[in-house]
Design a protein around this ligand. Structure first.
Ligand code: PLP
Length: 360
């Protein structure tokens, strides 16, 4: 099947086959990765290789730590203010969709966040021009969600904090490793693995090392970046198998030629889908402003909403699954992450044209 789910999402077939081939016995260890001690040399080699391949992929500078954590990106909504702020510190949020809004709400418990821009009144279909933003002086950080998974809004470039002491923080859960990123522009990047780089259960945090070590006293030990950084993500038992899977995906992305090549493929896939929507004379509609449309999550509606259930049912019959939009927005959504083959999007586009011809 072609799985258009927003996450957990499709993974590269060759990665799954590789994992299958060593599921029962990993190399010469005599056991499965699931059975290994996280402190043994075999697992250490797995996590170190995963980190080193991710560093190569994203060209992560040496003054940044890479942490493999648990709890999903949602846990980071709390961990970030707990680690980067004291309770009275100001932080700024640009809210371009539901995930940014959730991050903002959680931050109210541990800091004093300001929403300096929200796309809510336009149903989250755009991104502001950065020049017009009124940033708070002395904000500890400026938070963005680099790709809003539900609304399909993606930053194509990034705002620069006005105060040199303010850092940029980005939730990259749904476009992580989908294109090159200049990590040095950010103080912190975080991402749940389950869209582009692995199974759920692993959350990756990339943080500039000088920002570590200032957590609020109430910070639970499991949310304290200093503890995880000092212990190379092995303070407690990490999500070992998930980290192993992420490592296989990183290897695969490098073998494809790295993120420049990956981005080219993603652009090609997104283009044929958006072109089909835009050429449908309004039969299909994507509400997102063209310049900020996501390469990863493509939301669209039908001019006749009563046909949506049929669209989803017929697509599923043709083995194209999980095309229903998020329950909060309705319509359809095609998530076309790195691992979605071009053939999957081609098949969807052909189906859309045929469905239109039968119902227009
Ligand atoms: N941020 C974004 C952009 C997401 O898409 C999601 C989940 O879909 C989350 C945060 C929450 O992630 P998790 O379910 O891993 O906590």
């Amino acid at each position: 099947v072609f799985n258009f789910a927003a996450g957990p999402a499709t993974l590269p077939e060759n990665v799954l086959l590789k994992a299958q081939s060593e599921l029962y016995i990993w190399r010469d260890s005599g056991m499965s990765v699931m059975e290994m001690s996280h402190r043994g040399k075999d697992f250490l080699s797995i996590i170190q290789k995963a980190e080193s391949d991710l560093r190569t992929l994203l060209n992560i500078p040496s003054d940044y730590a890479v942490l493999f954590l648990q709890g999903g990106a949602t846990t980071q909504f709390a961990a970030i203010p707990l680690n980067l702020c004291q309770p009275d510190d100001t932080v700024d949020f640009i809210v371009t969709g539901s995930w940014g809004d959730k991050a903002y709400k959680e931050a109210t418990k541990y800091s004093k966040p300001n929403v300096i821009w929200s796309g809510k009144s336009d149903k989250y279909t755009n991104i502001p021009s950065f020049d017009s933003l009124e940033q708070s002086p002395r904000a500890k950080y400026l938070h963005i969600c680099a790709n809003e998974t539900i609304h399909g809004v993606e930053f194509k470039d990034y705002p620069t904090p006005k105060d040199p002491n303010t850092i940029l923080v980005a939730d990259m859960s749904s476009n992580f490793c989908s294109k090159p990123v200049d990590v040095s522009k950010f103080g912190l990047i975080y991402a749940g693995a389950q869209k582009n780089v692995g199974p759920s259960g692993v959350t990756i945090v990339i943080i500039r090392k000088d920002l570590i070590g200032n957590a609020q006293p109430i910070t639970p030990v499991m949310l304290d970046y200093k503890i995880h950084a000092e212990n190379n993500s092995l303070y407690n038992t990490p999500p070992c198998y998930g980290i192993y899977m992420c490592g296989l995906v990183f290897e695969d992305l490098l073998a494809q030629g790295g993120l420049v090549e990956v981005e080219k493929k993603n652009k090609k896939k997104a283009q044929i889908l958006y072109d089909t929507i835009d050429a449908s004379n309004g039969f299909y509609r994507c509400p997102v402003e063209k310049s900020v449309r996501s390469l990863m999550n493509v939301p669209f509606t039908l001019v006749k909403p009563e046909l949506e259930a049929d669209f989803i049912k017929e697509a599923a019959k043709e083995k194209m699954l999980q095309l229903k939009g998020h329950r909060s927005v309705g319509g359809m959504r095609a998530s076309i992450y790195n691992a979605m083959p071009y053939a999957g999007v081609e098949k969807l586009v052909a189906f859309m044209k045929d469905f239109q011809a039968r119902h227009d």
